[in-house]
Design a protein around this ligand. Structure first.
Ligand code: LLP
Length: 463
């Protein structure tokens, strides 16, 4: 947005500095339902509540910073994906976005499957009762222990990511006297329109086996000859935080073309394809995500059309949304500590968390929204940068946003859409204690992942 498009701000110079932001919203107290979880609302007093509980009471009971997840919203989103894909398709929630035993139970109850990518995620899933045959095991460098654990526990599929792994998994399965169901992950050569670090289907990266140069066809050839493997399908994941369906269309077309090639060469019609996750969510009001039913319809149409023209039976489709299910269901609650107005620039608002609870801004230049939630305010908007308490200047939570100019230390502010890849990528940088995750529903709040303590830190430090 050009500088001239911004109204002159009362607390700043005539011109707003460069940044990611749009003009200040007409009403700073409004909560855009696109970015806030379903039950988040302002109560009569102006305070924000979730699941019927006000943020002041939540902060009092659980402390800040803390992630609050709206269980009603999580279940509704999980169900929406399940329903959209119906009985002829499978939805695997991508556990890397955020996983805990409670989340596993909710997923199980809502009829979803689970994608895990480490022994830790697998153990969490199994310990919370997810049936192993509803779990898919991913990863570009699974260890021998992880492969053994996955096969022994009976996971529904292992997604093979390299030539070495084809042999490794076959060998381990055979030595355990099992035949493991597997898919082969291919890179379809799509440049997904997203941040470089979260795009995964162009050729120059570490995941999967390229379709180009017949690599994927060769991988299929090898997998089909190995007794320890039952090849059930082809997998593609093109990247994350993607809004445009075009990349998925190209991926689906190329995956179906490979199925046709396999049929022609081996006389085998593989029964499944997995088109991965990666569907974008709204972090700010400028984002317009697709609804699960639109995505399901679009994918179904492409696959059906391509299969008809290749005279293939339509395979069973699966998808692996992570962010699109959990992302919008949580917000992070912070207490404002210090406020530094920098004349002609912006105001730095320091909160009691930072890059240890949300690394996404520093890592991907991600954009977030923020709101004053402990009260309303009619004060003029001020341009802020919400920063954390860590020892580096890249410790930014929200790069550019507007908060009321009467913001004061002790106010509670919240950053919405932090359900995905925030707690799961949280760190102990500066020996920060990772915040708790609290589930809220119908007037009840309960900790599902507790806050880390200094004793936890010292327990690991065995020197
Ligand atoms: N399936 C596979 C094989 C994946 O690698 C991923 C994400 C997903 C599904 C789920 O993608 P989602 O629907 O959540 O976008 N830390 C980054 C995202 C990394 C995603 C890695 N793989 C972020 O914070 O944006």
């Amino acid at each position: 947005m050009s500088r001239s498009a911004h109204p002159a701000g009362p607390r700043h110079a005539d011109v707003w500095p460069e940044g990611h932001y749009s003009a200040p919203p007409a009403d700073l107290n409004a909560l855009d339902p696109k970015v806030w979880a379903q039950t988040v609302t302002r109560t009569g007093t102006g305070e924000v509540s979730v699941g019927g509980i006000g943020v002041a009471a939540l902060a009092e009971e659980f402390g800040t910073p803390a992630y609050f997840v709206d269980e009603t919203d999580f279940r509704a989103r999980a169900r929406a994906w399940r329903t959209a894909f119906g009985h002829d398709a499978d939805v695997f929630y991508a556990g890397k976005a955020f996983l805990s035993r409670t989340i596993v139970r909710w997923l199980h109850e809502e009829g979803l499957n689970l994608d895990v990518c480490s022994g830790g995620e697998l153990t969490t899933a199994l310990s919370a009762g997810m049936p192993a045959d509803r779990i898919a095991f991913h990863g570009n460098n699974k260890s021998t222990d992880e492969i053994t654990q996955a096969i022994e526990s009976g996971v529904g599929r292992i997604v093979l990511d390299s030539f070495q792994e084809i042999v490794r998994v076959a060998h381990i399965a055979q030595s355990l006297g099992k035949r493991q169901r597997v898919q082969i992950r291919v890179t379809v050569g799509v440049e997904a329109h997203t941040h470089e670090f979260i795009a995964t289907a162009h050729e120059d990266q570490k995941f999967g086996i390229a379709l180009a140069d017949g690599q994927a066809a060769e991988a299929v050839r090898r997998a089909l000859t190995l007794d320890g493997l039952e090849l059930i399908g082809i997998h593609s994941h093109i990247g994350s935080q993607i809004f445009d369906m075009a990349g998925f269309e190209v991926a689906a077309r190329r995956v179906v073309a490979l199925l046709a090639e396999i049929r022609d060469e081996h006389g085998v019609e593989l029964p499944e394809i997995d088109l991965g996750g990666g569907l974008g969510i709204a972090y700010t009001s400028d984002d317009d995500p697709r609804e699960p039913h639109e995505i399901a319809k679009a994918l179904d149409e492409i696959v059906t059309r391509e299969c008809e023209s290749a005279k293939l039976r339509t395979p069973r489709i699966s998808v692996e949304p992570g962010r699109a299910i959990v992302g919008p269901t949580a917000f992070t609650l912070y207490e404002v500590g210090t406020i530094k107005p920098l004349e002609g620039l912006r105001t730095y608002v320091s909160v009691d968390g930072g890059m240890s609870d949300n690394i996404r801004t520093a890592l991907y230049d991600a954009e977030y929204s923020v709101a004053l939630v402990s009260r309303t305010s009619d004060a003029e908007p001020m341009l802020v940068r919400v920063v954390g308490k860590h020892c580096e200047s890249g410790d930014i939570v929200v790069k550019d946003a507007f908060l009321p100019s009467d913001l004061a230390p002790g106010d509670l502010i919240a950053v919405p859409a932090t359900g995905a890849y925030c707690r799961s990528m949280a760190s102990n940088y500066n020996h920060a204690l990772r915040p708790p995750v609290v589930a809220v529903r119908d007037g009840e709040a309960r900790v599902i992942v507790r806050r880390e303590t200094e004793e936890d830190l010292l327990r690991l430090d065995v020197g």
